[in-house]
Design a protein around this ligand. Sequence first.
Ligand code: FCB
Length: 411
Amino acid sequence: MLQFPKSFFWGAATSSYQVEGDNVNSDWWEWEKRIALKGPCQKACRHYDLYREDFDLAKQLNHNSHRLSIEWSRLEPEEGRFLAKELEHYKLVIDALKERNIEPIVTLHHFTNPLWFAKIGGWQNKNAHKYFLRYAEKIIELLCENVRFWVTINEPMVYAYHAYILGAWPPQEKSFLKAQAVVDNLALSHIKAYSLIHGIYKKRNLPKPFVSIAKNMQLFEPCKRTLKNNLAVYLRDKTFNFNFLDKLTKHKTLDFIGINYYTRSLVDVKKWYFKNLFLDCCKENHSQLEKNSLGWDIYPEGLYSLLLRLKRYNLPIFILENGICTEDDTLRWAFIYRHLKSLYLAIREGVNILGYIYWSLIDNFEWDKGFSQRFGLIEVDYNTYNRRIRESAMCFAQVCKTGMLNHSCSN
Ligand code: FCB
């Protein structure tokens, strides 16, 4: 039996666009229509209407924290025009969590943008931070009495990679230079938002908030130990995993380190070109590891080793996403169990971990993959919008309740 710290945060995450439905003023909405995406977002999980019921379920599952995001395009559907009705909505959402004694962890940007912002260049616009801060200020002023944990940007590198290098997400660019500009603007926006948030709490005499980003980390490993592969592993680990964190810690703008961890990445570089060094992955299935339904390796050992490497920042760490898409719910519990065990071992090695947030509370819209991937602790029926608690959620609920990890789960 493994015992976690008493004060540990346990919970699950969602993001606005993936669960709310009808975010008609966002760049993703317009893009899905334009490319005729299979399985478009539409009503998503109708969480915009059903959030109280969903939070009841989280409470029933003993969660003491919940991560969610604010949809910028709802609050500010046209440049400079903020909708009182939508501000009120998010106030009620946070109230609903507080009423249930669930600690809110609020993300300001989770991949989607207002369409008007995208049209003026989005995160490539050199004034992007100004637009972002104006929106951020509105929502922080509104929620600061009830929110202690803020996540400014979700997965900046993943966003830049999919939207500006791979061309898989809007605006479908394929340019390292543009991606770099976007990453720089995201970093600048975080740095400025950090001061903004702390300033507001100070002005209002509120206890200090905890501000961070959600940093996706992957363990990069070579397929075969060749010079090309070793160099590529070094470069990707540095640029994808650490550069952004290094920059923010240098500016002293992280109160904790938010980590999203899913998998490792096997590197197999074909040619000595810049592009290949950064993009080539192992195509042949060298790995014997079990996989999620998207084919990602299940590799909890990677979380352990990354956590130990994060010790050098001397900041508390919060796991803000970790999860599996699968039709096999036994595999889901095994996944959670093994990752929690990695966390436990890291804590024993002196890593300061604040909590663990599973992705996701409910099945939801998995971006360009549509609704086929089932990440939820809770199953969503997309015809009726009924929710059904999965067995794995019950096993996790035991851990949330007792702070004790036990593999055999008698539910
Ligand atoms: C993360 C995203 C989240 C979700 C999971 C599966 O990269 O932050 O929105 O899509 O992956």
